[in-house]
Design a protein around this ligand. Structure first.
Ligand SMILES: Cc1cc2nc3c(=O)[nH]c(=O)nc-3n(C[C@H](O)[C@H](O)[C@H](O)COP(=O)(O)O)c2cc1C
Length: 439
């Protein structure tokens, strides 16, 4: 079986909503460079391919029920590209991937920032292309609400073409810097994009030299038909949230089958579902870690994670049954969640604990062998080529993974013992040559 690729999604103090309250966690870690350096260094010790930064362009979520927002840690965090640029000289091998929105930025800005990060890191940069969601983001960019879905994806398609065009502004040997002749570059090796499209007019060229890894690595994170299409056209890696194996297999097949439309082969795209491992030396220890985290979840924050689907449940007993949604404003959106509660016989508290835990990603609680069994079976079933690890809390989440799970992956020959290459693209095994010959 091919080796598994690993990313670490380095989200604030971890993905659990109450992570910041955990006794092992530095509560102001999301504003402290040393926290991220500590986490990235641990991931590099474990030979992870990359650290990955999600991003939001606003404090998202409304204060429903009242008091929910002030109990969450999303009011203070660092801008990802700036943070990764600071991490670049402090690390040697690990890839540095940041999310960048195609809805709320201009291609020239993002092309320049990511190519600069690629130079600062010696070829370890990646861009996670998102079209963004959340009404709050829109309000910070002159929109009254989230721009139309189809428009966001149409703009994203053109945006990525422009960025990639700008990244090819210079041949690798364009800069002569010949002090004797006085020539700084060879004009024949400079390419002016001169793009005029529906959304963008960009002349170029970009005033950053060719990427040390030919092009920064492109991630996509979108699930819809247009999301899958754009991934098949331009992504090197797809990040997805899937909890059920059948769902993950169908997604994997759907995205990979679209590649041929763009002249690409299945091995040119890596699919990484998110995975939250809660690992212990024994199952009992893992369950105790899980229970300790869940106990930190404030009921108001828990109820907020149900609000958009089920409405305000704060008047009901937390350890009682989930009431049937009656309000027409919630009825259509509530169905899946209400049925889940019925199926599992969940109380309100158990339902919000289940919903809040993995933020839509798969959670596995157990020993290293349990976790690797799951990783291996999803890979064998063609549901994943790798995983973006979504730690519950940091830094313990990455320390536990590196100390317990990585050795088990290596013992089963599923994961590297040393980095293969110098650049992120080399470590992911994604050569660009085929693509360039086609373009
Ligand atoms: C796994 C995953 C991760 C995402 N991460 C982000 C993110 O960090 N920031 C963001 O603004 N949007 C993020 N998105 C949202 C997408 O950009 C997109 O707006 C949303 O998924 C709706 O498109 P879709 O229906 O194609 O999935 C993410 C989506 C997925 C599936």
């Amino acid at each position: 079986m091919a080796e598994i690729k690993l990313g670490l999604s380095m989200f604030r103090m971890g993905y659990h909503i109450a992570a910041w309250r955990h006794p092992d966690v530095q509560a102001d870690g999301s504003m402290d460079f040393r926290h991220f350096l500590r986490v990235t260094t641990a991931a590099e010790r474990g030979q992870f391919d990359l650290v990955f930064m999600a991003d939001e362009l606003a404090i998202r979520g409304r204060d429903n029920p009242p008091g929910a927002l002030v109990r969450q840690s999303n009011g203070a965090e660092l801008e990802p590209i700036t943070l990764l640029a600071a991490l670049a000289p402090m690390t040697r091998h690990i890839g540095l991937v940041a999310t960048g929105s195609t809805t709320y930025s201009e291609p020239f800005n993002l092309a320049r920032q990511f190519l600069s990060l690629d130079h600062l890191s010696g070829g370890r940069a990646g861009w996670n292309v998102v079209t963004s969601w959340g009404a709050e983001d829109a309000l910070n960019f002159g929109h009254l609400s989230l721009p139309d879905y189809a428009l966001r994806y149409e703009r994203a398609g053109e945006f990525v073409d422009v960025v990639r065009g700008l990244w090819r502004s210079w041949d690798a040997d364009a800069f002569l810097r010949d002090k004797r002749s006085g020539l700084y570059y060879d004009p024949d090796k400079r390419h002016v994009l001169d793009h005029k499209g529906k959304y963008f007019a960009v002349r170029g060229p970009l005033h950053v030299a060719r990427s040390p890894q030919d092009e920064p690595v492109i991630f996509c994170a979108g699930d819809s038909e247009p999301g899958r299409d754009i991934a098949a056209k331009c992504a090197d890696v797809v990040f997805t949230a899937k909890q059920e194996l059948d769902d993950a297999r169908a997604f994997y097949a759907s995205v990979k089958s679209r590649l041929s439309k763009y002249g690409r082969s299945a091995d040119e795209l890596i699919i990484m579902p998110g995975l939250m491992p809660i690992v212990g030396r024994t199952r009992r220890e893992a369950e105790a870690k899980h229970d300790a985290l869940q106990a930190l979840l404030d009921p108001i924050v828990g109820l907020a994670s149900l609000y958009d689907r089920l409405g305000d449940l704060s008047g009901y007993p937390l350890d009682g049954p989930v009431p049937e949604p009656r309000d027409p404003a919630f009825k259509s959106r509530a169905e899946v969640m209400y049925r889940q509660a019925q199926r599992e016989n969940y109380t309100i508290r158990q339902l919000y604990q289940a919903v809040a835990l993995g933020r839509g990603h798969r959670v596995v609680v157990g020993t290293a062998a349990d976790i690797v069994d799951q990783m291996e079976s999803w890979q064998a079933a063609q549901a994943a080529d790798g995983y973006n690890i979504i730690p519950s809390h940091l830094p313990s989440g990455i320390d536990d993974f590196v100390d317990l799970v990585v050795p088990e992956l290596q013992r089963r020959e599923l994961f590297r013992r040393a980095y293969e290459g110098k650049t992120l693209r080399e470590n992911l095994g994604l050569a660009l040559q085929k693509r360039w010959n086609r373009d």
